[in-house]
Design a protein around this ligand. Structure first.
Ligand code: B12
Ligand code: SF4
Ligand code: SF4
Length: 249
């Protein structure tokens, strides 16, 4: 799939990352030179990372590639296992270190994505992309000791600014989007209930209500897969009173 930064001239390393990940649906989502306040960890040898490259996926290609490679959805976290192996392969080829998006301690990956540019905060917390809408995520960040020459991200306007009705905010049957933040217990309680079938089998209704990037919406199987992972994770947190080792969604 075409990388999100194709419109601008790339540093050779960014193109190399996309080349190494070709056919997986993973691609470079943005990059930046970190400042101390960005909270990027130091490298294993003690040096500071000079460049952070975000890698993730958008729309349908990653799920298609994953299902071709892994026809049986069995074992623990099959998608994470498959994605992480590709990230590790790319990082090893480039001499980079990886920060995984959903492994603890959770990196502030959404703040990093906002810094890299091209995405905006939506009213439901998920970052919105002008083309992909809410159908994109970040799988990890590659940390480089060297300063890569980075292309300037073209400035984009947030689609939310001109979205008068904001259907994402009214679509949730559990009213999980509260002014004080996302009420995950209300969400998961609903998804587990008999009335929550639409969310459980097709994915979050609030996400699906957004008119932006609909062509990139996940297929129901992927929506259900991620929703089941969110339910498992949150149920585990509620039952144990603490967060697990991975976000797992
Ligand atoms: C814990 C977690 C959850 C928890 C709790 C979520 C919550 N909103 O509190 C659960 C399991 C419920 C969850 C659910 C989902 N999540 Co989640 N989650 C995370 C995870 C692993 C850690 C979040 C965190 O605390 N980070 C640490 C802090 C320090 O980092 P941060 O960048 O500062 O992030 C927080 C702030 O930006 C804060 N924030 C700052 N300003 C503002 C302003 C507003 C208005 C809001 C609402 C929030 C907000 O919200 C962030 C998350 O809490 C992140 C990955 C990550 N590393 O961030 C994914 C992540 C945020 N999740 C993601 C997704 C897609 C989802 C789901 C849509 C999955 C699904 N099945 O459909 C749902 C939707 C829930 C929702 N509307 O928020 C994506 C979002 C991608 C994007 N385009 O922005 C992320 C980035 C993972 C990824 N692989 O890309 N998630
Ligand atoms: S429905 Fe409108 S306000 Fe909500 S995320 Fe989509 S564009 Fe933004
Ligand atoms: S999954 Fe369903 S209950 Fe949870 S936030 Fe989305 S619409 Fe609301």
């Amino acid at each position: 799939m075409a990388g999100a930064m194709d419109a601008v001239q790339r540093d050779g390393t960014l193109a190399e990352i996309d080349r190494l990940l070709a056919g997986t649906g993973l691609f470079v989502r943005g990059a930046f030179h970190p400042a101390p306040e960005d909270g990027v960890r130091g490298l294993a040898d003690g040096r500071a990372a000079a460049t952070v490259v975000l890698v993730g996926n958008a729309g349908k290609p990653l799920w298609d590639a994953f299902r071709r490679a892994v026809p049986e959805l069995s074992g623990k976290d099959p998608l994470d296992t498959w994605v992480d192996a590709h990230l590790e392969r790319a990082a090893a080829a480039l001499g980079a270190e990886i920060v995984f998006a959903t492994r603890k301690p959770w990196p502030p990956i959404q703040r990093w994505a906002l810094k890299a540019g091209g995405v905006h905060r939506s009213p439901i917390g998920i970052l919105i992309h002008p083309n992909f809408g809410l159908w994109h995520v970040y799988r990890g960040a590659l940390l480089f000791a060297r300063t890569l020459a980075l292309p300037a991200m073209p400035a984009t306007a947030s689609p939310c600014e001109t979205c008068a009705k904001k259907p994402c905010l009214s679509a949730c049957p559990a009213d999980a989007f509260k002014p004080e933040g996302f009420d995950m217990q209300a969400c998961v309680g609903h998804v587990e209930s008999r009335k929550g079938k639409a969310c459980a089998t097709g994915g979050c209704l609030a996400r699906r209500a957004c008119p932006v990037g609909r062509a990139h919406a996940y297929v129901p199987e992927e929506g259900a897969f991620h929703m089941a992972a969110v339910v498992r994770t949150v149920r585990h947190w509620i039952d144990t009173g603490k967060a697990g080792a991975k976000g797992g969604h």
